[in-house]
Design a binder for this molecule. Structure first.
Ligand SMILES: Nc1ncnc2c1ncn2[C@@H]1O[C@H](COP(=O)(O)OP(=O)(O)OP(=O)(O)O)[C@@H](O)[C@H]1O
Ligand SMILES: O=P(O)(O)O[C@H]1[C@H](O)[C@H](O)[C@H](OP(=O)(O)O)[C@@H](OP(=O)(O)O)[C@@H]1O
Ligand SMILES: [Mg+2]
Ligand SMILES: [Mg+2]
Length: 339
């Protein structure tokens, strides 16, 4: 927020009444460093227009120019891969504590590996919170691993078939979203490490995408892979690549489904889970893919966590984000008053 006319904008000035604090807000400048695909899906005119009406302006970061020479920014939103950007934004964050960088690159990096991304869920204890949240059993195979040893390792670990094979690293490439279903352990030697093998959990073909934007939680339902029966498992062998399921086109929000499968996870459970993960991961912007074990009411598994996901498909994202950005400025302003 540009206070005291750092950016002159007399006519944009408006009074905001929030709780007991009244503050004068002028322009909020949000720098963004996003891929062109992300820019298109996130910075939709419906969002930027609403934001502008509230004094929020989006400015593209010019990657060809030094970041400290740009701005001034109040907030920076970013999702770019590569070590070079990581270093630039980390250095900037340390030298410019007055700018809210969403989010710290090291915290984002934690989600770029399918083993570390789920570690914080394992450490949680939500047992008294209307349900149980776990992760499927999984085994990691690094790139040094000889693929021919995978069947033995899987059997030794007592992993239950079928298994989902996922690339270990998630780096925004299509390849990192190439997933396989393995029906027998011998065929696993066809796969190329580095990868994670995760037990497939029957969940009635419905997945919950839980979007987090600061303290706001929005849940949508998506179609997913159907249950795999013991009979099917005994008849099929091999590893099969499966297409990108549970994408936005697979919305199950309006489908007429069995309520035992489709009922959203309990709100108190989601609130605890989101709050804990926000703190433990040190992130404001992410989503969680969660499934309910088929035949249970309250046994859930987190199978994936994504940084800065496709918010453009989240219901009411324009208002949620506008309010979130303003709330960041408000807390910064309150903090400034008390220091
Ligand atoms: N352990 C599992 N048990 C059952 N189904 C699973 C499991 N893991 C993944 N799936 C199915 O595969 C889909 C893709 O898996 P996952 O979300 O891990 O991949 P992703 O490439 O990271 O996806 P995203 O596009 O959300 O980043 C899920 O939406 C779900 O339908
Ligand atoms: O179903 P969601 O919204 O989780 O799918 C996301 C996907 O997980 C990735 O986060 C994509 O973002 P990038 O990694 O930046 O490509 C999203 O694409 P977007 O262009 O719509 O933001 C997917 O929607
Ligand atoms: Mg997913
Ligand atoms: Mg993912």
């Amino acid at each position: 927020m540009r206070l005291n006319g750092e950016i002159s904008s007399g006519e944009d000035e408006e009074e905001k009444q929030t709780g007991t604090t009244t503050f004068s807000a002028q322009k909020v400048v949000v720098g963004y460093a996003l891929t062109s695909k992300k820019k298109k899906s996130f910075l939709q005119p419906s969002f930027t227009g609403l934001a502008r009406n509230k004094g929020i302006y989006f400015v593209a970061v010019d990657l060809k120019k030094p970041l400290p020479e740009q701005g001034p920014f109040d907030i920076i939103l970013h999702k770019l891969s590569g070590e070079e950007w990581h270093e630039i934004i980390e250095d900037y964050r340390q030298k410019h504590p007055e700018v809210t960088v969403l989010d710290p690159p090291d915290a984002i990096q934690h989600l770029h590996n399918r083993q570390s991304m789920l570690q914080d869920v394992v450490d949680l204890n939500l047992s008294d919170c209307h349900g149980k949240v776990a992760i499927p059993r999984q085994l990691v195979f690094t790139k040094e691993k000889d693929p021919s040893s995978i069947p033995y390792e899987v059997t030794k670990a007592g992993m239950k078939l079928p298994l989902v094979a996922k690339p270990l690293v998630v780096d925004g490439t299509a390849k990192s979203h190439e997933l396989f279903l393995a029906y027998d352990e011998f065929s696993l030697s066809e796969l190329e490490p580095p990868l994670v093998l995760q037990e497939f959990v029957n969940h009635g073909g419905v997945l919950f995408k839980i979007y987090i934007v600061g303290e706001t939680i929005k849940v949508v339902r998506r179609f997913s892979l159907p249950n795999i029966s013991k009979r099917e498992l005994s008849k099929v062998a091999g590893v099969f690549r499966f297409p990108r399921v549970s994408c936005a086109a697979a919305s199950a929000d309006d489908a007429d489904l069995d309520p035992n499968i489709a009922e959203h996870p309990p709100r108190p459970l989601l609130e605890r889970l989101a709050r804990e993960l926000r703190h433990r991961l040190g992130l404001h912007l992410f989503n969680i893919d969660m499934i309910r074990e088929y035949g249970t009411k309250d046994v859930f598994y987190v199978i994936d966590i994504n940084y800065f996901p496709g918010y453009g498909k989240m219901p009411d994202y324009e208002h949620v984000f506008t309010d979130f950005l303003l709330s960041l400025m408000q807390s910064k302003y309150k903090k400034k008053l008390t220091t």
